[in-house]
Design a binder for this molecule. Structure first.
Ligand SMILES: [Zn+2]
Length: 278
């Protein structure tokens, strides 16, 4: 019972990865999916897929996002990507935990105020620092004070993983006014997130839910969060099972089988992310 054609719908992908050209040039023989994380190539797909805008997420790993392995170089690269195609991309600021918490806060302030970046990304599994570790407190304080959207990677492999949803709940209780996006919906620990007022992005996890639970139950999981908290997102070009060039069609096919009305689909595909970016 498809109410909406998700391919035709105007969309914002709230979670993609693009590597700077300098990183591609330094690794010309890379054969992995990251070859697809290319700005020009991505821009050339957007119109046909009706992706009006996308948020480029950093990885909390400066070696992947720059050839000069500093958080400042990563932020400069993200700014350059945004500027190359004006009004097409947003980008979230990175955190390099080799720096002190105060240095990380300063780098974020510079990224937002001087470079025009749009949010903050925390990836506990790439840094090895648990989400609720004291290291992150000044970052959460800043994000809450300034109403800066903050996206947290959460696709936990075990109960008490560094990105486990129990830690997200703790953070949300300590910082109740955070503009919080939980990327990958907390994986299979999603149920714990229903009690907090976070947004969830369906990147990477949607195909896993559908393989595990089927369409109807996945539709119920999405509905349990409420239409206003769901963000369309893919994690392109990264996926545990799908090839990069199959990701979007697989997402459209799954979402076409769900019961979202045209108006609800518009919120999920575009409106919620647009509103939260302000
Ligand atoms: Zn990602």
């Amino acid at each position: 019972m498809a109410f909406t054609n998700w391919k035709e719908l105007k969309k914002m992908d709230a979670h993609i990865h693009i590597l700077p050209d300098a990183v591609h040039e330094a690794n010309p023989n890379a054969e992995d999916v990251w070859r697809y994380a290319d700005l020009k190539q991505y821009r050339s797909m957007m119109d046909e897929l009706h992706i009006e805008k996308a948020i480029i997420m950093p990885l909390n790993d400066s070696w992947l996002m720059s050839m000069e392995f500093t958080v400042h170089a990563v932020h400069q690269n993200l700014r350059a990507m945004k500027n190359q195609y004006p009004d097409k991309f947003y980008a979230f600021a990175d955190v390099d935990t080799r720096n002190t918490p105060a240095q990380s806060v300063d780098a974020i302030i510079q990224a937002i105020d001087s470079y025009g970046l749009d949010g903050i990304k925390i990836h506990p599994n790439n840094t090895g620092i648990a989400l609720d570790d004291a290291y992150n407190n000044p970052i959460f304080t800043l994000a809450q004070q300034r109403h800066i959207p903050i996206a947290i990677h959460s696709y936990p492999n075990e109960e008490h993983d560094v990105s486990a949803t129990e830690r997200i709940v703790k953070v949300a209780e300590r910082y109740p006014d955070l503009k919080l996006i939980v990327s990958h919906m907390g994986g299979f620990q999603w149920a714990r997130l229903r009690s907090i007022g976070c947004y969830v992005d369906m990147s990477a996890i949607l195909p896993d839910y559908v393989r595990t639970f089927g369409i109807a139950k996945t539709n119920e999981i999405l509905r349990a969060f409420g239409v206003d908290r769901l963000l369309f997102a893919t994690d392109y070009p990264d996926n545990r099972v799908l090839q990069p060039d199959g990701i979007y069609n697989a997402y459209f096919d799954m979402l076409n089988q769900m019961d979202f009305t045209a108006e609800e689909a518009e919120r999920i595909a575009y409106g919620n992310t647009k509103d939260l970016l302000g």
